[in-house]
Design a protein around this ligand. Sequence first.
Ligand SMILES: Cc1cc2nc3c(=O)[nH]c(=O)nc-3n(C[C@H](O)[C@H](O)[C@H](O)COP(=O)(O)OP(=O)(O)OC[C@H]3O[C@@H](n4cnc5c(N)ncnc54)[C@H](O)[C@@H]3O)c2cc1C
Length: 448
Amino acid sequence: MTFDELRHGFGGEIVEAGAAEYDAAGKTPFRVGKPAGVLRPQSVADVQAVVRFAADTGLPLAVRGGGHAFAGFGTNDGGVVLDLSELADVELLEAGRVRIGGGATWGQVADALAPHGLAISSGDTRSVGVGGLTLSGGIGWKVRKYGLALDQLVAAEVVTADSDVLQTSADEHPELFWGLRGGGGNFGVVTAFEFAAHETTQVFHGKLAFPATEALEVLQGWAEYLRTAPAELTAIANFANPFLGGPNAPVEIQLTFDGDDAAAAAAAIDPIRSLGTVIADDVALMPYAGVLVEGQTPPPGIQLVTRSAFAEKESVSEVLRILAETGTTAGSPIISVRSVGGAVARVAADATAYPYRQAELMFVTTTIGPPPVIAAARFGLDALWERLAPHSTGAYANFLASATEADVAAVYPAQTYHRLAALKHDYDPGNLFRGNHNVPPQQLPSAE
Ligand SMILES: Cc1cc2nc3c(=O)[nH]c(=O)nc-3n(C[C@H](O)[C@H](O)[C@H](O)COP(=O)(O)OP(=O)(O)OC[C@H]3O[C@@H](n4cnc5c(N)ncnc54)[C@H](O)[C@@H]3O)c2cc1C
């Protein structure tokens, strides 16, 4: 089959090499791709046609939601890119349910829900896709109160590898619905997500900055306080940012208090203010949609390498000690530590395919620069992660710039991995959907 043949009956756009728009259509913020074609379906039937086309031609398939995967999953070389950006409707159903097209971004969702006083806890950035973020987790500004984005998912419409359209939920194809909540893009193209939204008021949001010299005490005190802090409070500690002074950069605790009661917000935030010398404080009341920032695309030639892991209670202190020490030395990567816990921890580890429910923190290192800078930083970065390894748990798929077998093994502990592999065997035995943290299909040994 050729693109010209696919064009018959295909309602969307097909961008091939040579088209004026090709270079822009082929790339994502983190990867310059040279696909054979970028296909932009307008309907579920179009998505089915593209899945059939990829299966028939054997061309590699990249499914693109918001295109923000650090590993560049949203494009490829020589294959087909299924760009879902035209399927971005946000439709309010009854009882706070929201149906969202598989290619919508969280900015589109926040804008559509704001006039109704509703929100879905998602991430921190407008341009990030609902698809990728939800299918692997979703750690956002209301995570301690409402859980991960995937915890708010109640149903999903999926085009599977044999181009069937399945409605999935706790009642329909429940095992597939389990795998979609954490198993990434392994199981098909989600053409629509249905979430349970919650009512939202304005929220308190902003940054408290402390001097780098106080990093260790502030981080340790912050992590300790989070164990008893109200679930309305979610916070991220960022430090060692080279654009703010590298080893001398302030420790910034960026936070959201989910509510508009000033006294309750102050009671929740003041214990963090008292952890050290506050050198900047811009916490203010704002609409929830205003909390999400625009994503920044690295300039051409600049690479960005992210690595991530979780810290459970017994390791928090040692992980923070290593990170604080590293952050105040020259050449440190940017370090970001996110609070999880709260509602995330109240879900059983095997209830979804996101396993690290008991983690208190998720931390990320980010190295930015042209390829020689990235190469030069590699040794120090490997050494840091070797020091962290005995104390850290797993990895968070959404903050990994690579997709090696070791990465996949870190994202999915053995039990989750085997269950996903068996599910993959049932729904995608030919591994059509492999442009992701791939779990290849595996038949479960028979019970006999
Ligand atoms: C600036 C920035 C800020 C971020 N902030 C946060 C944050 O606050 N919290 C957080 O948890 N993560 C965050 N992330 C990480 C983010 O969750 C991941 O990068 C995620 O993969 C992005 O999803 P996407 O749809 O934009 O990406 P894509 O590259 O389009 O997709 C990622 C993966 O999901 C698959 N996929 C996407 N949509 C679908 C679909 N509809 N059906 C089937 N498969 C699909 C793709 O095939 C690919 O494998 C951030 C990333 C960036 C770059």
